[in-house]
Design a protein around this ligand. Structure first.
Ligand code: CTP
Length: 406
């Protein structure tokens, strides 16, 4: 199979040095990458770096190799064009259809998906001129990835940071894998919860579970690659933030409930992939509990936490909101894992329930998963053992189908 052809546009911003890592990640995962830097980008990172890492010639000027008409050829032959970083100036030129260098010309000739990964200071990102340019590009079908929040060029921090380069590579791979369905979640806001909550007993001890957050992160990545606005409510996960996803960090089940309900107010779908504690210590010891000599081991009394999934399904803050639960089940004397999952779907009142059978070495802390997705309408969708990303895309396909039916 031919290697996917990616045009990596680079515009003039300090994050251009991180685009070199994106380039390396793309070439290492089998993409044929042609780099098109702007003149300003070349002041940050020189053409030799781009040529060496891509293994392809580099040009930024429409006056180079004119006989090959590169501005048309590059755009026409690409499977994906991605601009990393997209500066405020580049977004403005692209939004207005200017074609005053090779990169902006390629952006006009490309008929494949076009992705912009902006990086700039918060003030520039939030300026109404930039917001209008982003809205114009999105309205024409381009994907503009939300910048991350974090450290910026100077000592300051805020929204405007380039997402993790590895996550940008993930984004490209997801997008190319889903190319026919690209941007089918555009205009939708989805909420995903991930990880395992912690319920503290004292300042150093807590009750938690084995959830790594991988399935929730795969769901968030898949939705972002399909153009959705994604809020990821993440409990104690150590994975890098997915590109273009708003990550809200929580610790306990109570914090998760508040964050999920808050985000759900504007969401078209909520997927509860998190392992939420069902019980928490009834009281919290403000000072560390000591094992004084001669005293008995303390008893930790537990109380129930609220069921977020059931609360969401009962309240439905928005019309036609699709609510998805996850059930990690084991078969026992009272029924199979599948039967327990069906019972849970009914008890919680959600639209879809992803049921996976767990065991000592199944389901958790792995990149692969096997599941059956049950629908409140009686549908049964088996998902064979495979990457968590594949299960994620099946979930979004089923959510899309429910919006269409609604
Ligand atoms: N869940 C939730 N709030 C809770 C507990 C669970 O929203 N307090 C959600 C999980 O995110 C998941 C689904 O409910 O989507 C199933 O969770 P699970 O813990 O398997 O279900 P339980 O109701 O706790 O049932 P069990 O008695 O089997 O533990």
């Amino acid at each position: 199979m031919a290697r996917p052809r990616v045009i990596l546009g680079v515009s003039g911003g300090i994050a251009a040095y991180k685009a070199a890592e994106v380039l390396r990640g793309l070439t290492e995962t089998g993409h044929d990458v042609h780099v098109v830097p702007t003149a300003a980008a070349l002041r940050f990172v020189g053409a030799a770096t781009w040529a060496a890492l891509s293994g392809n010639p580099v040009s930024s000027d429409v006056w180079d190799d004119v006989h090959e008409v590169p501005h048309v050829r590059l755009g026409q032959q690409a499977d994906l064009v991605i601009v990393v970083p997209a500066s405020a100036d580049l977004l403005a030129r692209a939004a207005h259809g200017l074609a005053d260098d090779l990169l902006t010309s390629v952006l006009l000739t490309a008929r494949c998906p076009v992705v912009y990964v902006p990086a700039m200071h918060t003030e520039m990102w939030e300026h109404p001129a930039t917001a209008d340019n982003v809205a114009a590009l999105r309205s024409r079908g381009a994907i503009v990835v939300e910048p991350a929040v974090g450290r910026l060029t100077g000592p300051d921090s805020g929204r405007g940071r380039l997402p993790d380069p590895d996550e940008i590579v993930h984004f490209v791979r997801e997008l190319l894998a889903e190319a026919p369905a690209a941007a089918d979640l555009a205009g939708r806001h989805v909420v995903v919860s991930a990880g395992g909550t912690r319920e503290y007993i004292d300042p150093v001890r807590f009750i938690s579970n084995r959830s790594s957050g991988r399935q929730g992160y795969a769901l968030a990545r898949a939705a972002a690659a399909r153009g959705a606005k994604v809020t990821l409510v993440s409990a104690n996960v150590t994975l890098p933030d997915p590109a273009g996803v708003d990550v809200v960090r929580v610790v306990s089940a109570a914090e998760m409930r508040d964050a999920v309900l808050d985000a759900a107010a504007t969401a078209d779908a909520v997927v509860m992939a998190a392992a939420v504690a069902d019980f928490r210590p009834k009281s919290y010891a403000a000072a560390k509990i000591k094992k004084a000599p001669g005293t008995a081991a303390p008893t930790v009394e537990l109380e129930r936490t609220g069921d977020i999934l059931a609360e969401l399904a009962a309240s439905r803050p928005r019309a036609r909101q699709v609510i998805v639960g996850f059930a990690a089940e084991t078969g026992d004397a009272t029924g199979t894992a599948f039967e327990h999952g069906r019972a849970k779907l009914v008890a919680k009142g959600c639209d879809l329930m992803v049921v996976n059978e767990v065991g000592v070495n199944r389901g958790f802390e792995s990149d692969r998963n096997e599941a059956v997705v049950l629908g409140a309408d009686g549908s049964v969708t088996p998902v064979p053992f495979g990457p968590k990303a594949a299960l994620a895309h099946v979930v979004w396909d089923l959510v899309l189908a429910r919006w269409a039916d609604g």
